[in-house]
Design a protein around this ligand. Structure first.
Ligand code: OFO
Length: 171
């Protein structure tokens, strides 16, 4: 059985992950509006991953005989002045999510909830990957600057990303 403090913190994290998926769906829509279909496709995969993160938390709460309680999801931004500005926000957002996961881990440690600590370990590793992937795209966008041919090459590269369903991830 989950302690109340842990259950509340995990439920807040479900909301944070659902907001991530909502924000990234909005970023995807922005990329469609500026004809960057590869960037949009990359974001769609990210949306699917964020929904997976939310469902992992949801399923964990249920498996510990807790109650998954949903909260309202905040409205995301809708427009950015450039792909660079959009990815800068994505990185800031991921850094914020990393901080939340770390706080969750601290709460699980303080409550001596070892099962939750082990569960959260997956999220700790996932955040390292997410920040790294977004940071790499951001670096490329900074190198590209205003060179539209570079932007189109990156668009083609990002369009190759595919979502790997959980069974194939071993998640
Ligand atoms: Fe982007 O890792 Fe979940 O929120």
């Amino acid at each position: 059985m989950l302690k109340t403090r842990i259950a509340e913190a995990l439920n807040h994290q479900i909301n944070a992950e659902l907001y991530s998926s909502c924000l990234y769906l909005s970023v995807e829509s922005y990329f469609h509006s500026v004809s960057l279909s590869g960037f949009a496709s990359w974001m769609r995969v990210q949306v699917q991953e964020e929904l997976l993160h939310a469902m992992k938390l949801y399923d964990f709460i249920i498996s510990r005989s807790g109650r998954a309680l949903l909260e309202a999801v905040a409205k995301p931004d809708a427009d950015w002045e450039s792909p660079l500005a959009a990815f800068e926000q994505v990185l800031r957002h991921e850094e914020g999510i990393t901080a939340k996961i770390n706080e969750l881990m601290d709460i699980a440690a303080a409550e001596q909830d070892h099962a939750t600590k082990i569960f959260l370990q997956w999220f700790v590793s996932e955040q390292v990957e997410e920040e790294s992937a977004v940071g790499e795209i951001l670096s490329k966008l900074r190198l590209i600057g205003k060179d539209s041919s570079g932007l189109f090459l990156l668009d083609a590269e990002l369009g190759k990303r595919v979502f790997t369903p959980p069974a194939q991830q071993g998640a």
